[in-house]
Design a protein around this ligand. Sequence first.
Ligand code: ADP
Length: 855
Amino acid sequence: METADRVRDARRLQALRATGLLDAAPVPSLDRVTRLTARLLEASAAMVSLIDLDRQVVVSAAGPGVRQAVRDTPLSQSMCVHVVVADEPLIVADARADRRWCGLSAVSEGEVAAYAGVPLHASGDQVLGTLCVVDAEPRRWSREELEELENLAAIAESEIALRLARTEAQLSETRMQTVLDRAPDAFVSIDGGGAVTAWNAAAERLFGWSPAEAVGRPVSDLIMPERLRRSYGEALIQGRGGGAALDGRRLELTVVDRTGQEFHAEVVLQACSERGEPVYHLFLHDITDRRRIAVLRDAQQAVAQALADAGSAEQAAADVTAAVTGVLGWACGEYWQVEPGGDLISRTGLWTGPGRDLSPLTRDQPSSFHRGEGLAGLAWAAGHEIWIPDLRADPRDFIRKPAVLRVGLRAAMALPVRSGRQVLGVLTFFSDTVQEPDDDLAGLLDGICAHVGRYMERRRAEELTLTLAASRRRFEQVVTKIDDHVWSVEVAADGVIKPVYVPSNSTKVFGGTPPVGSDMVAVTRERLHPDDLAVFTEFHTTLASGRAAEVECRFIGLDGVTRWVWSRATPRREGDRLLIDGISTDITERHYLAEERELLLARERQQVRRLQELDRMKDELVAVVSHELRNPVGTIRGYAEMLAGDPELTGEHRLFADVIDRKSAHLQNLVDDLLDLARFDAGHVDIDPRPVSLARLVRLAADEHRPAAQAKRLTVSVEPAGLLPVHADPVRLRQALDNLLSNAIKYTPDGGAVTVTAGREGGEVVLSIADTGIGIPPEQYPQLFTRFFRASTALESGVKGTGLGLAITRAIVTAHGGTIAARPGDEGGTVFVVRLPADPPSSPGSAPPAEASGA
Ligand code: ADP
């Protein structure tokens, strides 16, 4: 190795510096060596020199020749450097005589003539310097002297080694501290009594105490929450066995920092002993975040589990509330559901922590709020979370806040559960301690709310689907039971019609069910009877324009049978969709019945027409016959009267003449009646109306009929009040009265009574003729005014008659604008009631009809 290389060797220089001798104060142990060397070798000076990079440093010098210690010498003036470079002793007897040394100043100045130096090694093979002796006079160094010098050098070497070792120890300790300070985890060492012996930078960062403050103090004062010191102390500090038993264990503990803030740390404990004393090393790692993440994850899992297990939306809400509150260790949680009407929010789920009595909060307090009321109502209205870290410090007021404070709750959170923009419900939580807003927690709760929202939405959709399916089934059941075909279609913007609902069975209308998936609209069109295309198209056009419509048209069924179908439909709008709901009924039978009825009706009309014709012909015949009979009968009557009036007529001839007179009178009446009827029927009613007193007319008629009544010992009472003016033809009216009075007398057996009353009722004059006679069977009243009709009672009693009187009477009353009716009397017999318009009429509307007043 070159001189320079050996001297500059980095490891050598490092070891040299590590000795600490280059700049050190006098080193007594080395001084003892040099003193001893100078004395034993009887040299003028003994020195320990160290060879630095560019100089020789004399760290110790002794001997009689040492007057002034020259500490640093350039290497060019150094003899020792040659020992170092050669790593072997250098023995010079007379330096002056040697060319190599004579130029050195110490030599030339006479201080050094003889020199002996041996290398001083550090551990390994590095030569740090020399132990040397010098004399001012030339001298031969004996072998013993040189051996002695070697031995003394070994002493110096051990001194250097000791220093190096000490430095090394110091260095490693410093290095250790550096390493520990750089460590991310807190490191704390404590002794058997629990006092801190080491405290790294991470510990300072974690707990706030500097190493200077921490070392020497009981660890319990520094990192343990007061309330837990006893239990920790027992486990960790007290009892060596306890500590040793925990060696290598990982523990999760709650610790506290300088400010009193508690947090969670993972602690790894190492128990060992130093110099027989127990020492504990604590490696502490802040796991607050990890723990929180674990808690959040647990909460998420609990929520997922609760939602998976829940049987209903309400149960899900209650279980989620319980899960979240329980995992986060809060005092109370509630779920508030927005009511279907959307006006109220009501509590459907409540969970309180174990052993916590929050009944004052739930009892006597409202469990429903309007929007904006209570904490739940506030979050509902806001649509976002409300976080109140400290209720005592928060100025916001809400219903129940006093109750919440009374039970000792400190923090409150309210989070809306949404589906899109719609708030479905609100989760509220209360905590016993102040809860600063925490992004992670808020994020978690937000996620949970979204989870619950989605669940609720899905649940609601499921429930709706089930309800819909059930109501569809019910609808289908009903629809299949009715004979009508119920349908719904949608009309697209381009006019294309798509079926929305068609019943599964179309047999009733289409004579079979089209294959599944067939286009019902197309089927309908295909099956439509060609003749009904126009009405069907109009039906569609009306519906498409948004108006209800109905149509009757024929369809050729899938079974080949043509049916009449009556369809009614109503359009309705759903947003911008046009839907049409309709019902179609098979009305084929009704159609046939209607057709048949039409046919029958036509036939009947024809029959009626024929009968009317016959009637007319008969009337004509009657009219002609009566007319032709009237004059001959009148003539017969006249001659018969004359004959009867002949005083010479005797016995049997007079009897014959009376019979002729009586029979011809009857014939004349009959012919008169027939003639009247014929006239009335032909519309030629000969009426000459004028103001007439009905009362007077009644009295006159009664008087005329009284003899006939008396003959039968009948009581005839006439009670018309006042004049009772009517606008009537007196002759015709009298004819009617005579008919009614004569009937009453004729059909009342001996000893009976006939009562005539008349009076005004509103705009009418009402005349009633009642008798106690043979009466008429009730079922025969409807035919009473038909010509030639005779009641069975009249026929049975043998009373003669023609059945024409009442027909004529009705014709007269009707011609006067009046009515006639008959009914059984209260105590037997018959009552006839005639109503005529009063004169003057009480109102213009009650004037007699033209036919009555005209002609
Ligand atoms: P007739 O000449 O038969 O009396 P009317 O037309 O006057 O003809 O009466 C028709 C029938 O009505 C009578 O035949 C009789 O059966 C019945 N009838 C009319 N008035 C009375 C009455 N006051 N009491 C019972 N039956 C009566």
